[in-house]
Design a protein around this ligand. Structure first.
Ligand SMILES: Cc1ncc(COP(=O)(O)O)c(C=O)c1O
Length: 448
């Protein structure tokens, strides 16, 4: 095994280029090779067991090797693994479209399938843009985004992104957008005098550009990659009202928040609103296979109808759009949501998580804890009183996750924000273990 491991590690260093990773430092760390999963655990090449504390990048819902999902994929595999959706349909994709419309916020009746979160967003942006072109309001070309927004890594998604560290270098390749402040209350200079100035600023941007706006795009309820920036109750509703008032579309990117993550099936439900376009991915297949969906209203869909030679069709599609294996996993995942009453079952775990995290607020290196359902961000600071962060070079978040790894949990930070986002199926005992490990890792990482 050791020999085998050394060979594989050498191949990693020689050939693999890992995403969002400074490869120079990475090659100096011990490479963890995951060989199998079981429930909320992953196992490495040595047989060590780790709690999957970030649900394999925020995607896993029902655990690894979940028999119902395994079986659904195997059954479909015995029929056909892949066939195109360009001009054809397949049974899992049809079932999935039907099931998604049943559970989606009201009015979203059309399902456009693709294969990852970024493509779900690309589809949404192009759909919104073409909608206004077809409708004859050709000046409606611009998108409003929030500061620190993250909608994926393809260029359209990056254009509506707001994280300078990831996005600034590509700025010459991007289309121009309008940006409004986000709800980063912890570092807001107006925190003690909050009159929702961020919302007022957003309203001002929308008001002054309303006649040229195609859509406002948001991650509703909590911005994930921004560092788990939670929004106050009613915030999403206010944005819905704003979009309605000025007649532009609202795109809700629920790639991260969808499928139970915030404690409801979709985050938009917290404010009882429906977007015009909804982007879904990650948890859609229970975290098994790449698949995404962009849902739209009938009003949007109908705008694309016309005679063949009017060329109003939506000219977008991917080779693996509606892949039957992935769609079969998604259908099986949604069936589990129903049969296990997963959202109901989740509430006790969310409350437990909140209660345990509340005990950490006095910790000298925890500046802020932000939680919406099963999405948690713990912001580490060097000095609690002044909120001074750790020096970037220290990579405090990374130190914590390396310590957590030794203690038996896999985490992935966002800078110095420690993210907790376990599979929704995690038991209370496992959740307790994850929290114990996380706190111990924060302590072990120290402050020097
Ligand atoms: C809100 C949001 N949108 C889009 C994406 C992009 O998804 P993918 O990584 O599947 O392209 C992500 C990924 O983290 C996300 O959090």
């Amino acid at each position: 095994m050791e020999q085998h491991y050394d060979t594989l590690a050498a191949w990693d260093h020689a050939h693999l280029w890992h995403p969002f990773t400074q490869m120079q430092g990475f090659a100096r760390e011990e490479l963890l090779i995951i060989t199998r999963g079981e429930g909320v655990f992953l196992f490495d090449h040595r047989g060590n067991r780790y709690l999957d504390g970030v649900a394999s990048l925020w995607a896993n819902v029902h655990g690894h090797r979940r028999p119902e999902l395994d079986r659904a994929i195997q059954d479909q595999l015995s029929k056909v693994a892949h066939c195109t959706m360009l001009g054809l349909a397949n049974i899992p994709a049809l079932n999935l479209a039907h099931d998604l419309v049943e559970i989606a916020p009201p009015g979203l009746t059309r399902v456009f399938l693709s294969d990852n979160g970024s493509t779900a967003v690309e589809v949404a942006l192009k759909m919104a843009y073409q909608y206004w072109q077809l409708r004859g309001e050709k000046q409606r070309k611009r998108f409003v985004k929030l500061k620190d927004a993250y909608h994926g890594d393809t260029l359209g998604a990056v254009s509506v992104g707001g994280i300078d560290l990831f996005h600034a270098i590509f700025k010459d390749l991007l289309f121009p957008t309008l940006e409004a402040p986000n709800t980063y209350c912890y570092r807001c200079p107006e925190q003690d005098r909050c009159h929702q100035q961020c919302l007022t600023a957003l309203e001002a941007v929308v008001e002054s550009h309303h006649d040229e706006l195609a859509a406002i795009i948001i991650e509703p309820v909590i911005q994930g990659a921004a560092g788990m920036i939670a929004q106050p109750s009613g915030y999403v509703r206010r944005i819905r009202e704003l979009a309605d008032h000025y007649g532009c579309l609202l795109i809700a990117d629920e790639v991260a928040t969808g499928f139970g993550r915030t404690g409801k099936m979709f985050a938009c439900e917290h404010d009882e609103i429906a977007p015009d376009i909804l982007c879904l991915a990650k948890g859609i297949t229970g975290g098994y296979l790449p698949l995404a969906a962009t849902l739209a209203t009938d009003d949007i869909y109908r705008m694309f109808l016309g005679e063949f030679d009017e060329f109003r069709a939506f000219f977008h599609g991917h080779t693996y759009t509606g892949n039957p294996l992935a769609a079969a996993a998604a259908v099986a995942s949604l069936a589990l949501f129903r049969s296990e009453r997963l959202i109901d079952q989740l509430q006790e775990k969310i409350a437990y998580l909140a209660a345990r995290l509340a005990d950490w607020v006095e910790h000298p290196h925890i500046g802020d804890i932000r939680q919406r359902g099963f999405m948690v961000g713990i912001e580490l600071v060097r000095d609690k009183a002044s909120k001074v962060p750790f020096p970037v070079k220290q990579r405090q978040g990374h130190r914590v996750i390396l310590a957590a790894r030794k203690l038996g949990a896999i985490l992935r930070p966002l800078g110095d924000v420690i993210v907790l986002m376990p599979p929704l199926c995690i038991s209370l005992t496992e959740l307790q273990e994850l929290l114990d490990i996380t706190l111990a890792a924060i302590n072990q990482a120290g402050s020097a």
